[in-house]
Design a protein around this ligand. Structure first.
Ligand code: HEC
Length: 427
């Protein structure tokens, strides 16, 4: 029952997180677009530009003031609760998913790290990340945006590497996302909002606003804009085990972050110049390259399984022992003595022991009230039908069993790997 309500808690918070995140990022995209598309030729007195747009059946006219309108409008819309609500719901989601079940989701299997320490590191890194970022922006480096960007990138990937050593792949990615998200919301809270408040106050007091404040706010808001696409990837990354499940997950994240920034840069610059048009195709090409470099090494693709299936497995084994040298069929399956193709009984008992506590119509694990991800391995037919997914998550990557809570051994992974390589026969 408890697992059931945790699931609904997760659902509710995740939904809110998505809604507020869309509102925040949507507004951010819109205002950067607006800024880039302002018509700045011959603006009216006191304006830096204007823009006409049609949307939802109506025509809009927007004007941007150079610094401030002569008189404060009665209703001024602020955009801040989208950001705060996204961050708060993100933290809540992190609590429900990772910090309620640290041994399952947070800590990397085999790493000696207490759950409490893991949580402290997780939280601490968000605060440390923001402080480091803020100091860097205010340092002389802040005057050199490209270099600052490069330094930030290296630091973020260093954090990803650090996390990947102690956290599960999913948790490592999410914590990088949490650092970036905290920087983004910190920018809103500590820089952009105060700058806007000072601007509004100056207008109300009829004093000249400090012109450096909006510039500072704009720089931080630009940073936020470049952070959005990498963060969006991280938010969906837990659906893609070939990224976070890899041993080199931090490098893959670095690759994807570069692509994301290239795409953002294309959209941010295309109105001013065509200097960066190459960034969009370059990002697409990079994505294809990443798909290739992350492909799992193939074991025994076509010929071997057929041969192995046709030949009774016990015979194959016996032959290997006799000859003392593997035939091509066996060579392609495993360095160890290949388990027999018909030896499904062993595979079945491994899956029953290591997987079906969770992946069953009625899981015996108290942590799940239904099969996680709807993925059921109760019958031999289901095991065969799901062989490709089993391979992806327990052989190619080792993200299952979750947190290796059921202590699956490498030999068992190899056993399942060669069973699948030989065609996943169940009789
Ligand atoms: C402690 C419980 C637990 C154990 C044990 C476990 N899993 Fe999972 N498994 C999960 C959870 C939770 C998910 C959903 C992950 C997510 O949030 O995407 C999952 C997802 C999966 C998926 C992805 C399904 C899909 O369609 O997306 C596969 C495949 C999988 N597990 C295979 C296995 C195999 C094979 C084993 C045994 C070697 C195993 N799991 C053991 C909890 C478990």
């Amino acid at each position: 029952m408890e697992a059931h309500f945790t699931e609904w808690l997760n659902l509710g918070i995740r939904w809110i997180h998505m809604i507020t995140g869309i509102a925040w990022i949507g507004a951010s995209f819109y205002f950067v677009w607006l800024e880039n598309n302002l018509n700045r030729s011959n603006p009216r007195e006191g304006l830096s530009g204007d823009l006409w747009a049609i949307h939802g059946g109506g025509i809009y006219h927007l004007e941007k003031y150079k610094l401030a309108p002569p008189k404060m409008p009665e209703n001024l819309h602020w955009f801040k609760w989208e950001a705060y609500a996204t961050w708060l719901s993100g933290i809540a989601l992190m609590l429900v998913v990772y910090y309620l079940n640290p041994s399952l989701y947070l800590i990397k299997p085999g790493v000696e790290l207490s759950p409490a320490m893991g949580i402290v590191i997780g939280f601490g890194s968000m605060i440390a990340g923001y402080v480091a970022y803020h100091l860097l922006c205010d340092s002389p480096l802040g005057k050199c945006p490209a270099l600052l960007g490069a330094v930030l990138f290296v630091l973020i990937i260093a954090a990803a590497y650090g996390f990947s050593q102690i956290f599960s792949g999913r948790a490592a990615y999410i914590h990088v996302g949490a650092i970036i998200g905290t920087i983004m919301v910190g920018n809103v809270f500590f820089t952009i909002m105060p700058a806007q408040r000072a601007l509004v106050k100056a207008i109300e007091d009829n004093t000249t606003p400090d012109p450096t404040l909006p510039a500072k706010g704009l720089l931080r808001s630009r940073h936020n804009n470049y952070f959005t696409l990498p963060v969006l990837f991280i938010m969906i990354s837990n659906h893609f085990p070939s990224t976070y499940g890899s041993q080199y997950n931090w490098l893959i994240l670095a690759g994807i972050a570069i692509l994301a920034v290239l795409v953002r840069h294309y959209f941010n610059t295309r109105h001013d110049s065509s200097k960066y048009v190459w960034t969009l195709p370059a990002a697409a090409l990079g994505m294809i390259c990443l798909a290739y470099v992350t492909a799992p090494a193939h074991r025994a693709p076509s010929a071997a399984p057929v041969a192995a299936v046709e030949q009774p497995a016990s015979e194959t084994l016996a032959k290997v022992e006799e000859v003392g040298e593997a035939t091509p069929a066996e060579q392609s399956s495993s360095e160890n003595v290949a388990p027999a193709a018909g030896d499904f009984a062993k595979v079945e008992s491994v899956i029953q022991e290591r997987c079906t506590v969770c992946h069953s119509v009625s899981p015996s694990s108290p942590m799940f009230s239904t099969a996680p991800a709807g993925f059921v391995l109760d019958t031999p037919e289901q095991m065969k039908a799901q062989a490709a997914k089993i391979h992806a998550q327990t052989v190619a990557t080792q993200i299952m069993p979750l947190g290796n809570i059921t202590q699956m051994t490498q030999d068992e992974r190899d056993l399942i790997g060669s069973w699948i390589a030989k065609g996943a026969q169940i009789n």
